[in-house]
Design a protein around this ligand. Structure first.
Ligand SMILES: CC(C)(COP(=O)(O)OP(=O)(O)OC[C@H]1O[C@@H](n2cnc3c(N)ncnc32)[C@H](O)[C@@H]1OP(=O)(O)O)[C@@H](O)C(=O)NCCC(=O)NCCS
Length: 190
């Protein structure tokens, strides 16, 4: 998609509902990708101090970004979560930079939804092995989502688990541009 046709600001709402809903989807529009990068800076630089001012790296040039978009009752939209995926070798995919805005954590499986679309999208692209370096405090969350620890490692001077997803619980999703509502897509073994 070229910059010419990309929307620089959040589009007008399709509908306004009485409660906020969060849609997990591929980040196709420019405003979604820009807000995702801003959220990453807030979480990984300002909040966690893993990076100083900017967490951009070479993987961003090849990665597929995924976002969680919250639609408020007044119809406004904003990115409240993000993750990115990339393929490093045929069939070997990685997820990284998973972040949910503080106000959107533990409210309705936003993080879990991002993990789900990340792995299911990779599966639809021929993934046979999906890996992530998970901050150790988050390993219990991933274990509940059918990941297993392969090794305990240090990344950026912090304890991490090298983890792998059980793809049987992540059936391929090829309509990621539409995505799904957080908390509304049940996990199931393929
Ligand atoms: C980790 C993170 C993405 C989780 O996002 P979230 O939207 O709160 O996750 P969910 O709501 O989908 O969590 C699902 C469940 O796991 C629990 N959970 C969330 N984080 C957890 C953690 N660190 N350890 C154990 N359980 C956790 C939630 O309470 C929830 O349980 P429930 O369904 O019984 O309420 C978010 O806390 C975050 O952005 N943290 C800062 C950045 C970070 O650590 N990134 C990950 C790098 S590996």
């Amino acid at each position: 998609m070229s910059d010419v046709v990309e929307k620089a600001v959040a589009p007008a709402p399709v509908s306004a509902s009485s409660a906020p809903v969060v849609r997990i989807k591929l980040a196709l529009d420019k405003w979604e990708r820009e807000q995702a990068r801003q959220l990453r800076r807030e979480v990984f630089c300002a909040e966690q101090g893993v990076f100083q001012d900017d967490d951009t790296d070479a993987i961003d040039a090849i990665a597929m970004p995924i976002v969680a978009v919250m639609e408020a009752p007044d119809g406004s939209r904003s990115v409240v979560g993000t993750v990115r995926i990339h393929e490093s070798a045929p069939g070997v995919w990685h997820g990284s930079r998973l972040a949910v805005a503080q106000h959107a954590r533990r409210i309705g499986s936003v993080g879990s939804g991002l993990i789900r679309l990340a792995v299911c999208t990779a599966h639809a692209h021929g993934c046979h092995t999906f890996l992530a370096q998970v901050q150790s405090q988050n390993a219990p969350l991933f274990r509940r989502l059918h990941w297993q620890t392969l090794a305990e490692i240090e990344v950026h001077g912090r304890p991490h688990h090298q983890m792998q997803a059980d793809l049987a619980f992540y059936p391929p999703i090829s309509d990621g541009e539409r995505g799904f509502l957080a908390g509304q897509r049940e996990e199931r073994a393929a």
